[in-house]
Design a protein around this ligand. Structure first.
Ligand code: ADP
Ligand code: SF4
Length: 705
């Protein structure tokens, strides 16, 4: 059972009329499933509840068509028609054994209302504050708009209670809510009783909290999610504002959940922010309140969590990402398996689901989002269905996950790795600046494999097709990874770049783990980033740190432009600029010569020569699939060697994210010996939820005749 020093984490906490069974709260988090995938959503939350969280919350729930954040897909509670979906999620959370929490949100000037086509609303006449800078303004709310807003919020609380929720969050966080906008001197310059002094700026929040308390009438707890610091925008909510708000409104809430002022800063990645970096911003606020305090910190260490409670910073340990990476985190600590916690690596691939309007995914937890769609569970897996034995070739994230999950199913597994080091690209990339936490992907799987008698690991065992055919296994999975291209082919150049043979051309594969000797010292280096995720930016950071003068050239309008989806883009630009990297956007490298490159404007094609002692090409990767191709071409010999199948997965099949490689490993393990007839509802490899058609021939309803 659990270690005594963690007992404090398992004490109940009274939240107004409800009592938690422990101190673990899965705070509201987006998931890209929202109103579109309610059943998949319910199953995901149920698994969290089963994993021991005392409260499991929804993401923000839009309370009205004037709070419509299309294209993002969150939950909605616009009218009674939305209640069944919300009730399904609450029921699932209750089934799992947790209290169900709902975060009611009016997004104010963060809602462009692209579906409802209502005019956005905010404290002032200002352009909407949306990711896409939509060409529409929020109009300044009048007194009657404020009265409407309160009425809509009250109606949403009533609907939330009908749907069965036990905890109602009032959302005033992240610059994403009208209540935050009214609180913030950045957005609120009103001269009436809702603007100016802190008393006035908190008035709307106070009224909405009072309304919510009145509606809940002791049936559900009211939690206020409050921005306590705007750390990356000028003129926003200050510590003084936060302190005043807590003191003034303490009597109107049953608990506080403190967040930072933008989602980017609140959900910073491990590349930019260590575990619990915000503690100094949260510390001291609890002393101003008589109510329990919830807070997050990407906590994965139970010792840090327990210290938060003991030192009086927090009463309840909030988690979004740690609960995604390991839905069973509380259960594991409670049952003495803290070392088996699948620690979040802080990469924000989970956030990218929401940002790309696709179902949530997680680098560490391949079952995230697949609970209902594919029937995957983070801790349980179907036992083996045959006496098959499997050779896994390659120990990158795909191979490690395949071996670990196959072993858990009870198959006999041999994992062969060419190198001395296990972990493939993750082991290599974790040596790059600020990516050390990514190593957890390898460590978790190695720890599971080392405790599993079904899995044998062979290092320094490069396999060729003869080795494989004579391996005496029934199934082979090739997970041999990928290499970075040296010819500049990628998104911009779909044919090789002209490169002078005398030019110094490197790829990220030359940067891992060693000091890039070929470069010498103090060189002028061009990093050509046509990949657009993290690697170009990280390579530039590494080289600048080694004292080179680095220019990052990218056809995109930002360095590492895809990191917009992981909430890192601002931090990437900031860090690169601080490191002295010159960011050259909307240009491509057109030709590489000795000591110079020609770059071209992506719009006009106009070229110019730039000095470059070396060029690092971060463009695309090539699968290392020759072993697979050779085995595939010898299919006719398989049965003679007792082989049933040879499959290729991960980057060797199609280079992608680490999350995709882990997922591919899990999929291979799940689908080995799968019976396609077993679930007749599953016409695709996964279940889909269909839009319910409106009754009758209603498509012509309302058209003038
Ligand atoms: P993925 O992301 O798909 O898991 P990685 O590139 O991270 O792929 O890992 C691939 C691993 O496969 C590397 O550690 C590499 O050394 C190993 N590997 C490649 N070819 C062979 C081979 N023929 N035999 C054994 N291991 C191999
Ligand atoms: Fe953590 Fe990355 Fe998983 Fe998100 S995707 S929960 S940041 S490991």
């Amino acid at each position: 059972m659990r270690e005594q020093r963690f007992d404090v984490l398992f004490e109940p906490v009274q939240l107004g009329p409800v009592r938690t069974k422990n101190r673990f709260v899965q705070v509201p988090h987006c998931n890209g499933m929202g109103y579109r995938d309610p059943t998949a959503h319910a199953a995901m939350r149920r698994v969290k509840a089963e994993g021991g969280w005392s409260v499991v919350c929804t993401e923000q729930v839009e309370i009205h068509p004037t709070s419509d954040i299309t294209p993002y897909i969150e939950l909605r509670l616009w009218d009674d028609g939305d209640i069944p979906a919300l009730a399904r999620i609450a029921d699932a959370i209750h089934e799992g054994g947790a209290l169900a929490g709902i975060e009611l949100a009016h997004n104010g000037m963060n809602a462009p209302n692209l579906t409802s086509r209502e005019a956005p609303m905010g404290p002032e006449h200002l352009p909407v504050a949306t990711w896409a800078n939509d060409p529409v303004q929020a109009r300044m709310m009048s007194k009657s708009d404020i009265a409407d807003l309160r009425a809509w919020h009250r109606a949403a609380v009533r609907r939330a209670l009908r749907a069965g929720y036990d905890v109602v969050y009032v959302y005033a966080g992240h610059s994403l809510s009208v209540l935050h906008h009214f609180l913030s001197p950045r957005y609120n310059h009103r001269s009436d009783e809702y603007g100016g002094s802190i008393e006035n700026r908190t008035r709307l929040l106070a009224e909405v909290l009072q309304d919510t308390k009145d509606e809940c009438e002791g049936r559900a707890a009211v939690v206020c999610r409050l921005t306590i610091a705007d750390v990356d925008t000028a003129g926003g909510i200050t510590r003084h504002d936060a302190e005043e708000t807590v003191v003034r409104l303490d009597h109107l809430t049953d608990a506080w959940d403190f967040v930072l002022g933008s989602w980017e800063s609140d959900s910073a990645t491990s590349r930019f922010s260590p575990e619990n970096e915000r503690e100094p911003l949260v510390a001291g606020l609890k002393a101003l309140s008589d109510k329990p305090v919830i807070g997050v910190g990407r906590f994965t260490s139970p010792d840090t969590m327990a210290a938060q409670v003991r030192s009086g910073v927090l009463d309840l340990i909030g988690a979004a990402r740690p609960s995604i990476a390991d839905p069973f985190l509380p259960w594991k600590i409670e049952h003495g398996h803290a070392e088996d916690v699948r620690e979040c690596i802080g990469c924000n691939i989970c956030v990218s689901g929401d940002m790309t309007m696709s179902p949530i995914r997680c680098t560490q937890n391949p079952s995230m989002g697949e609970e209902w769609r594919r029937g995957w569970h983070p801790e349980r897996i179907r036992p083996k269905a045959s006496d098959a034995s499997v050779l896994v070739v390659g120990s990158g994230p795909a191979g490690l996950e395949a071996a670990s999950s196959l072993g858990r199913r009870g198959y006999s597994v041999v994992l062969a790795e060419a190198g001395r080091t296990l972990g493939g690209r993750v082991a290599r990339e974790a040596t790059l600046p600020s990516l050390g936490a990514w190593r957890r992907v390898v460590d978790h799987r190695l720890s599971r494999i080392s405790n599993d008698e079904h899995v044998e690991v062979y290092r320094e065992s490069e396999m060729d097709e003869e080795d494989v055919l004579s391996a005496d296994v029934t199934d082979v999975v090739v997970a041999t990874g990928s290499v970075w291209r040296r010819d500049g082919v990628g998104r911009w150049h779909t044919a090789p770049l002209p490169v002078d043979p005398a030019a110094v051309v490197l790829t990220p594969d030359d940067l891992f783990g060693h000091p890039v000797e070929r470069l010498g010292e103090g060189r002028q280096v061009v990093v050509f980033d046509d990949d657009h995720y993290y690697m170009g930016g990280v390579a530039a950071e590494l080289l600048a740190g080694l004292g080179h003068a680095v220019r990052l050239v990218t056809p995109a309008p930002l360095a590492s432009s895809w990191t917009v989806h992981t909430l890192e883009a601002t931090a990437v630009q900031r860090r690169l600029l601080a490191a002295g990297v010159e960011i050259v956007t909307s240009r491509t490298v057109a030709e590489i010569g000795p000591g110079a490159v020609r770059t071209a404007c992506v719009f006009t094609g106009r070229e110019r020569a730039e000095r470059a002692d070396a060029v690092v090409l971060v463009t695309a990767r090539l699968p290392v699939d020759d072993l697979y191709q050779r085995l595939d071409s010898r299919r006719s010999e398989w049965s003679r060697h007792g082989l049933r199948s040879v499959r290729c997965i991960g980057d060797a099949w199609a280079p992608g994210t680490i999350a995709a490689a882990v997922w591919a490993g899990r999929r291979y393990a799940e689908e080995l010996d799968a019976d396609p007839e077993a679930d007749p509802e599953r016409t695709q490899p996964f279940l889909r939820e269909y839009t319910a058609l409106a009754r009758g021939n209603s498509y012509s309803r309302g058209l003038p005749r």
